[in-house]
Structure formats: structure tokens, C-alpha cells
Design a protein around this ligand. Structure first.
Ligand SMILES: C[S@@+](CC[C@H](N)C(=O)[O-])C[C@H]1O[C@@H](n2cnc3c(N)ncnc32)[C@H](O)[C@@H]1O
Length: 360
């Protein structure tokens, strides 16, 4: 069902930078289960790849001496559960490190600008802080490497996409696209262009290739069919005909450590869509929406409205994930004459739900 939000009068709308506050939560983590997962350190996981391999369902112990089918099944289930926990822990630790890394980098950048303009005492303090941050960055990078780096994170996420864990998130989008394009002849060739950002597999939409043409991109492609590309540096299509009908950001925004960059990714997505019909498909871990002190459904919708996604076509909260489909306005703000932007964030970090068990 399409929910058309009433627009504020133009004079009341703010147009300053968006800072998307999406708290850390690994993909596929159920809010209620988070406290059961201790924070892991590199020393706790000496060789994540072998942990993952040994714990994958196919590696479950099912020897010929196993006395009954029931035992085989339960040992597989236990192995699957352990595998699930190992991947979830790895993903979560990677996210935490990524976020801390971004904070250190942002602080260094801000201290650099302070030390060129500020007072001597302040400059000394900034230099000390920068030295501390640089040392911490080295530790963080080492721990990330020890965990297997982005490559291992992606392998863990791919495991999280496997059918046993609910599959990839493309299936929720398909009925929405069918509803949005009722006249579309699915046999007449791939009429819809879809940009899959942060694609772990190039085959997520293969079943629908008769009517959807997919362009998968990723920072670190796991398949030669995926283009290596940082979306933030992806050039905006020069021709109208090169715009996309769908942009997918499935479990990507929460992956990004820096809140300003999260906002930038969402803002940049609007430049790739066909105005008036283009759909942004946004998937986030459910705790980002339902278990955060700073973010919730209403704030997300308000933020998206400020980025020219004023129509929430549909949303759905599953056990672990929140799915959103937003439609791009017919006249996106980026393509209007805008007054000069202020440096103040449009959505500063503000406490919305002060409850003890909520994510920070
Ligand atoms: C958790 S995986 C998401 C996988 C998949 N989309 C899914 O729904 O399961 C996040 C992916 O986003 C990619 N990513 C993050 N920032 C990106 C950027 N700026 N440009 C392209 N890919 C990016 C990462 O490399 C990583 O592979």
C-alpha cells in the first residue's frame, strides 16, 4: 500500500547535510539474541576461516556409526547453530571495528583542521589525540586482518545469505516491483534496470533476468561478474536513459562505519534513480530500527523524506531484518535550485528511546 506523506511547506524544510544514525548490528542478528553473543577478540578466534569451514552444515559430524537419523539431524542442527553463532560474531566484531576505525579517522581529520587554525594548547592536545588514534588504527587494522579482512567478512555474510538462514533479501522486493509495474511484459526483455550495491552474489536476481537487468557492484567483489566499485565514487549517469529503476542497498548502510557516509550513500542513491518511479530498496538489521536509542522507523522515514524519498511504498519487519521500498520524488531536491547548504547536520544525533537494553 502506498503511503504518501504530507509535505511540509517549502519554507519549513531544512536542506543541510544528512547524518544517518544507524546503530551497529550485524546482519541477521535478532535483537533479543544480541546479549547472548559475547564480544569476540582476535585471540578468541584464531582462524576464522577454519572455524567457519568446520562449522558449516556440510561439515557436521554424521559418521556411519551414528545410530539414528534423528541423531544425524540433531548434530547437523547443532553444527548449524554453532556456525550461525560463529558467523554472527565475526560479522558483529567486524562492524564494531569498522565503526571505531571511522571514528578515529574522523577525529584525526577534525584535529588536523583544528591544529592549523587553533590555539597552541589546543593544537598540542589535538596532536596527542591524533597519536593515540593512529596507534588504535594500527591495532584495529591488525585485528581486522587477523579476522580475515573484508574478504572473510563477505564470506561470513554470504553464509548468512544461505537458504538455511532465510536466503538473500531479493525475494521481498519482487512483488513490490510487480505491483509498481503492472503493465510490464516479463517476456519482452529485461525492461527494469537494477543497481545492486554491495552485492555478494551476481545471481540474486537471476531468476528474474527476463525482466530485470542487474548491475552488481561491490568494494571487494567475490565474483568476476560483480564490478569493483565504491558506490560513493560511482559517476552519476549522464543520460536519463542510463538511470536505474531500482537501487538496492541491502545490508550496506549498516556496514558503513561513518554516519556521514551512511547519509551520503542514501543521498547519492537518489541521483541514480528515475524520478517519479525509481525505487530504493533498503534493508537494515531490525535492531537498527527497533532497538536503537537514536533511530526508529519514524525518524528513518523523516530522513528519507528529506532526501526526496517522500513516498514509502512498503515496509516489512521480519524476524531479523527491516525491509523498505521508497519511491523517488518526481522532482528530487538535488535537481531543484537549492539555497546554499548550512554546515549544521539536519538530523543531529539525539536520544529518542532512553531504555537500558537499547543499542548505543
Ligand atoms: C553485509 S554485505 C551485504 C551483502 C548483500 N547485499 C546482502 O544483502 O546480504 C555489505 C557489502 O557492502 C559492500 N559495500 C559497503 N560499502 C560499499 C560502497 N561504498 N560501495 C560498494 N560496496 C560497498 C561491502 O563490500 C560488503 O560486501
Amino acid at each position: 500500500m502506498a503511503v504518501k506523506r504530507t509535505k511540509k511547506p517549502l519554507s519549513k524544510r531544512r536542506r543541510t547535510p544528512v547524518t544517518a544514525v544507524v546503530p551497529d548490528a550485524g546482519p541477521g542478528l535478532h535483537p533479543g539474541k544480541q546479549s547472548l553473543l559475547p564480544n569476540i577478540h582476535s585471540s578468541d578466534v584464531p582462524d576464522p576461516l577454519s572455524v567457519l569451514k568446520s562449522l558449516t552444515p556440510s561439515g557436521a559430524e554424521t559418521t556411519s556409526t551414528t545410530s539414528s537419523l534423528l541423531t544425524i539431524k540433531s548434530s547437523k542442527a547443532v553444527a548449524r547453530k554453532k556456525s550461525s553463532l560463529a558467523t554472527a560474531q565475526l560479522i558483529r566484531r567486524y562492524h564494531t571495528l569498522n565503526k571505531e576505525l571511522s571514528k578515529c579517522l574522523a577525529r584525526i581529520e577534525s584535529n588536523n583542521s583544528k591544529s592549523t587554525s587553533g590555539l597552541r594548547q589546543g593544537a598540542i592536545q589535538s596532536q596527542q589525540q591524533t597519536a593515540t588514534d593512529l596507534a588504535r588504527i594500527a591495532e584495529i587494522r591488525q585485528e581486522m586482518d587477523d579476522l580475515g579482512g573484508l574478504d572473510m567478512y563477505q564470506k561470513a555474510s554470504t553464509l548468512g545469505q544461505s537458504k538455511q538462514r532465510g536466503g538473500d533479501s531479493s525475494k521481498w522486493l519482487i512483488p513490490i516491483l510487480e505491483n509498481c509495474h503492472p503493465q510490464l511484459d516479463k517476456k519482452a526483455g529485461p525492461a527494469l534496470r537494477l543497481l545492486d550495491i554491495g552485492a555478494l552474489s551476481p545471481h540474486n536476481y537471476q531468476k528474474y533476468s527476463s525482466w530485470i537487468r542487474t548491475t552488481p557492484i561491490d568494494l571487494n567483489p567475490q565474483d568476476p561478474l560483480i564490478t569493483k566499485m565504491d558506490f560513493l565514487e560511482m559517476p552519476v549517469p549522464a543520460q536519463k536513459g542510463d538511470l536505474f529503476d531500482v537501487v538496492c542497498l541491502s545490508l550496506v548502510v549498516n556496514f558503513v562505519g561513518d554516519p556521514t557516509q551512511r547519509g551520503e550513500i542514501l543521498r547519492h542513491s537518489a541521483r541514480f534513480l528515475v524520478p517519479g518511479t525509481g525505487i530504493l530498496y533498503l534493508v537494515l538489521p531490525l535492531p537498527c530500527i527497533q532497538n536503537s536509542r537514536y533511530m526508529d522507523h519514524e525518524l528513518l522515514v523523516e530522513m528519507m523524506d528529506s532526501l526526496s524519498y517522500s513516498t514509502l511504498v512498503s515496509h516489512h519487519f521480519a524476524k531479523k531484518l527491516a525491509y523498505y521500498a521508497f519511491k523517488l520524488d518526481i522532482t528530487p531536491k538535488d535537481r531543484r535550485n537549492q539555497p546554499k547548504k548550512s554546515n549544521q547536520p539536519l538530523f543531529p544525533k539525539k536520544l529518542r528511546h532512553d531504555k537500558p537494553n537499547r543499542n548505543k
